[in-house]
Design a protein around this ligand. Structure first.
Ligand code: ZN
Ligand code: ZN
Ligand code: ZN
Length: 384
């Protein structure tokens, strides 16, 4: 963790208690393996291993964290564990951790087990064989955790904002620097290094799509040389204090000659810009997620490019790069105060070029709180 904002152990206690209350109401038990759910509940960013680590949550009982003996010190350093909101039980290298989980849980009676969505199949099958999970009678922990995790508390918003502003600085530095004649891959490497220099724990992705590559939304950086007189899409992000940044900007690289954007590029850029801005402005508590998608899509369709907007408008963001809520047609879920998500419409003309603009937004009682601040007007740079 950096010296910046963080999550207090009291916040973890509140989260554990909140989950425990719901488990009591619904007569359920939570089995959480390594991953974002465990980190959200305890602050423990456990190493994903073949060895079992599992948090057991039951109503009215102290949470128990089952960890391999050799991970005990790492687990004990997690805020919720250090503050003793969680009890640690360890297993030795030669013991059977599944048996330990079964023994710790005891009889579940009519309580229904819910497992974390990313729990490896090998543990799910082991728990089935041990009788902890009975076919057809267990479910996914996201039923309880997803709605809770999609409402960010102030500390989480502070981390997301710090991550977003760090990514903004990287975008601005890259746009100011040389681009013409460089390989996409080389620019992507610079972006990754800058993300870390600006405070990220690590860089997670660095899309650099130049010229026709800009028309492929998830194009990875390639060996292509960036030329003068073409656009570049940058879609970059990493994690800061565990929280993900994700920003996209599309710029035009002109070089030294008269290689400015052509009228069609300016047209699609303006449409994406309007769609993105209007969808952000529409953010309000209680609005159906799909309405935000409709807002962006309506503008692009009215401009004649509906068929070229080939993905959803956005995704939730937090400890995971893509999580609830999804800003997509069919999602009638009401946007809660505290939801953090991307708004990222795009237009892609295959073989030619594409445009995408993406910001992270938090829904507040008064409307949108835009975390990214990097300029959204079409930037034409020399790039030399
Ligand atoms: Zn994406
Ligand atoms: Zn992105
Ligand atoms: Zn995104």
């Amino acid at each position: 963790m950096t010296a910046g904002p963080g999550i207090s152990h009291d916040r973890y206690r509140q989260r554990l208690e909140g989950v425990s209350d719901r488990l009591g109401q619904k007569s359920e038990v939570l089995l959480v393996g390594v991953g974002p759910d465990l980190r959200w509940l305890t602050g423990y960013a456990a190493m994903p291993l073949e060895r079992l680590t599992m948090l057991l949550l039951r109503a009215d009982e102290r949470p128990v964290l089952v960890v391999p003996r050799l991970e005990r010190a790492a687990a004990a350093a997690a805020p919720a564990v250090a503050a003793e909101h969680v009890e640690v039980v360890t297993w030795e290298e030669t013991e059977d951790p599944i048996a330990l989980v079964a023994q710790t849980l005891g009889s579940l009676g009519d309580r229904r087990p819910l497992v974390s969505d990313l729990l490896p199949a090998t543990f799910v099958l082991g728990l089935q064989q041990a009788g902890v999970l009975r076919s057809g009678e267990f479910g996914l922990a996201s039923r309880i955790l997803a709605p809770l995790r999609s409402v960010k508390d102030p500390e989480e918003v502070a981390l997301l904002r710090e991550a977003a502003l760090a990514a903004d600085r990287v975008i601005e530095a890259i746009c100011d620097g040389p681009l013409v004649g460089r390989k996409e891959r080389d620019v992507a490497q610079e972006i990754r290094a800058r993300l870390v220099n600006e405070g990220h724990d690590e860089a997670s992705f660095s899309i650099v799509g130049s010229g026709p590559n800009s028309a492929s939304p998830h194009h990875d950086a390639s060996e292509r040389f960036i030329g003068a007189g073409e656009p570049v899409v940058f879609d970059i992000g990493g994690t800061l204090g565990g929280y993900v940044s994700d920003i996209t900007r599309t710029i035009w690289v002109a070089g030294t000659g008269a290689n400015g954007p052509d009228p069609q590029f300016e047209e699609i850029y303006q449409l994406v810009r309007d769609a993105q801005e209007r969808a952000v402005e529409a953010v309000a508590p209680g609005i159906a997620c799909e309405r935000l998608d409709e807002t962006a899509r309506g503008i692009i369709a009215a401009g004649g490019y509906g068929e070229q907007f080939i993905h959803r408008t956005g995704h939730g963001i937090g400890l995971e790069g893509h999580e609830d809520p999804y800003i997509v047609a069919g999602n009638q879920e009401a946007l809660p105060v505290g939801a953090a998500f991307s708004v990222e419409p795009g237009i892609y003309l295959e073989g030619r070029y594409g445009v995408r603009i993406e910001d992270i937004v938090v829904c507040t009682p008064g409307g949108p709180d835009l975390l990214n601040q990097a300029p959204r007007e079409l930037l034409v740079v020399g790039g030399v």
